[in-house]
Design a protein around this ligand. Structure first.
Ligand code: GGG
Length: 359
């Protein structure tokens, strides 16, 4: 019997419109090469265009509509000329993450053959780790308010939320991931000297969890020196777990150390599979290059591989991974996008990967 996967495709804003078709091209090639059926449905919401027409980022009934899919394949959100960034993010991606309880944001960081790391003396194999970002609470909270607006007593407050359930479940995911990796090493990111309530709480939970996973070697770092060590010693890391904000920052910094964030993928996962998980590149809508056809599609294509792995298509996921790694390692300039030192396009790179999947 043919395996069928129903995928909701949401390209969103800016370069999301350019890289998502290349991700879908890779998925279609994988379906053909590995013998499964892909049923994709495109949605135009979660975009500035939709907001302009409807005054909202999402339609009524989006939750029921997207719940009917096995996964969501997402591009990027953000077009600040039209919608303030916090309105577009809170009106779309954060709704998906929260309502579908996608409490793990898994972001692999890997220096691949052919990539030019800005770090001196680093070669493939030296950088190969995961950032596990808490994805439903933490610093991304809408609890707070403004007082005395427009006066010199103007006051703004925004709270950080950490719940025991929320912290423990993402730590459990990270510890279990570390336990399956050969090095069994977990690094926790906090700032417990300055942020004196929530961050020491996170540290306590790490210590408690560490007692349940004695075979995992645990390091705790303050975020500032951890960021420095991403640049100085990226080879130290295996699984790095952090709060919503710290995980977000580290998962841009990590890929930047490999040469470009254009290749970085992410999986917003509901590990219990009660709801669809969402797969998107780490990068945003990049208004500075949108519409020029030069965005790197590999972050989107790698996200497609993570999605297939989540859906149980392990061989197909590995096939996509092999294909883009080979293209990055040995393609002429005319295939590669400018962030990779080439003068090719989103489509030339996407096509080369799809051809590789089918080869
Ligand atoms: N594809 C990811 C995307 O659109 N990112 C926009 C952004 O600002 N995201 C913030 C976040 O991931 O929390």
């Amino acid at each position: 019997m043919t395996r069928t996967h129903r995928i909701a495709v949401i390209a969103g804003d800016g370069i999301g419109q350019e890289v998502v078709p290349e991700g879908v091209r890779a998925l279609e090639a994988a379906a053909e090469a590995y013998g499964f059926e892909l049923r994709t449905t495109e949605f135009d919401y979660a975009s500035a265009d939709y907001y302009l027409k409807h005054g909202t980022m999402l339609p009524d009934g989006w939750f029921e509509q997207l719940s009917a899919y096995d996964a969501i394949f997402f591009g990027a959100v953000g077009w600040p000329e039209v919608v303030p960034d916090h309105v577009s993010l809170w009106g779309s991606l954060i709704q998906f993450r929260r309502h579908f309880d996608q409490y793990v944001n898994l972001r692999p960081v890997k220096l691949l053959e052919g990539m030019k790391s800005p770090l001196a003396g680093r070669s493939p194999g030296d950088v190969d780790f995961y950032v596990v970002r808490e994805n439903t609470e933490g610093e991304y909270s809408s609890i707070g308010g403004k007082m005395f607006e427009g006066t010199d007593r103007e006051t703004v407050i925004q709270e950080t939320v950490m719940t025991r359930t929320g912290v423990d479940r993402v730590l459990t995911y990270a510890f279990e991931l570390a336990q399956r990796r050969p090095r069994r090493h977990l690094t926790s990111a906090t700032k417990s000297n300055g942020i004196s309530i929530t961050m020491p709480y996170w540290d306590e939970r790490v210590e408690e969890m560490g007692r349940r996973y004695p075979e995992v070697d645990v390091d705790k770092f303050h975020i500032d020196i951890l960021a420095a060590n991403f640049v100085l010693h990226p080879d130290w890391f295996d699984v790095v777990v952090g709060s919503n904000l710290f995980g977000d920052i580290l998962s841009d910094l990590g890929p930047a150390c490999t040469g470009t964030i254009g290749i970085a993928p992410s999986a917003n996962i509901n590990p219990e599979r009660r709801f669809p998980s969402l797969f998107e590149p780490v990068h945003g809508s990049a208004p500075d290059i949108a519409g020029r056809g030069i965005a790197n599609p590999v972050g989107q294509i790698w996200s497609a591989a993570l999605m297939l792995e989540h859906l149980g298509e392990r061989e197909a996921a590995a096939g996509i991974q092999r294909a883009f790694e080979k293209v990055l390692a040995g393609s002429p300039r005319e295939v590669l996008t400018p962030d990779l030192g080439g003068d090719g396009s989103t489509q030339s790179l996407g096509k080369a990967v799809a051809d590789g999947i089918l080869a």
